[in-house]
Design a protein around this ligand. Structure first.
Ligand SMILES: [Zn+2]
Length: 210
């Protein structure tokens, strides 16, 4: 999961904090700051909506509050719903933390990172189940939940790009173009983990990466 910083509350032409009423109006600012990616599963576009970290049903005062916004795809949105009562107990993409909650593997597999322990492990596990990030074929929601399949496709695309780059059949700019189009930033970071030049570009070119 990409750690993001969506920046200060956007301002209008008069230097006043923008009013997001209805909250959906925040979508273009969020896409500008974070790119058109689901903040949770990292897939690109597909039905992105303004997501309330603390569900608006739980905290109506945060319904139009920039600090409570992220972007979420249909799957993440509909699985998360209003199950969490607050931010507490989970690790969130926009938390000011530098540890990695999940590990990514071939075949679209994602797991809570093995090295985590204590409260961080618990927070990563809680977010993992809140979003059903481990869902894949073999469980009853497979037909509705295509995040795993897209993640697997991204992994394959990243591996192909890695090989092309190694054989100089492509260059870093083209790899970045493909990565931004495909989404799944963490998958690309994992596949290219021994290519610091590419990782640096992935951090820089995906807007809002912390
Ligand atoms: Zn998602």
């Amino acid at each position: 999961m990409r750690r993001v910083d969506k920046g200060a509350w956007p301002e209008d032409g008069n230097g006043q904090q923008k009013i997001f009423r209805p909250y959906r109006k925040a979508k273009s600012d969020l896409i500008e700051r974070l790119g058109a990616y689901c903040s949770y599963c990292e897939r690109e576009k597909d039905g992105l909506a303004v997501e309330h970290v603390v569900p608006k049903k739980r905290a109506p005062t945060l319904e139009e509050n920039w600090t409570n916004f992220l972007l979420a795809c249909r799957n993440c949105n509909s699985i998360k719903r209003d199950k969490n009562v607050s931010r507490a107990g989970y690790t969130w993409p926009d938390d000011d933390e530098d540890w990695r909650p999940f590990d990514y593997f071939p075949d679209g597999i994602v797991k809570v990172q093995d090295d985590l322990s204590g409260p961080n492990r618990k927070k990563a596990q809680n977010l993992f189940s809140l979003l059903g990030l481990g869902r894949r074929p073999g469980n009853d929601l497979e037909m509705k939940d295509i995040r795993w399949r897209e993640r697997r496709e991204a992994w394959n695309a990243a591996e192909e790009a890695y090989a092309s780059l190694a054989s100089e059949a492509t260059d870093v700019n083209n790899v970045l173009k493909l990565a931004k189009h495909t989404g799944f930033w963490s998958v690309w970071m994992t596949v290219f983990s021994d290519r610091p030049d590419v990782c640096e570009r992935l951090r820089k070119d995906f807007p809002g990466t912390r």
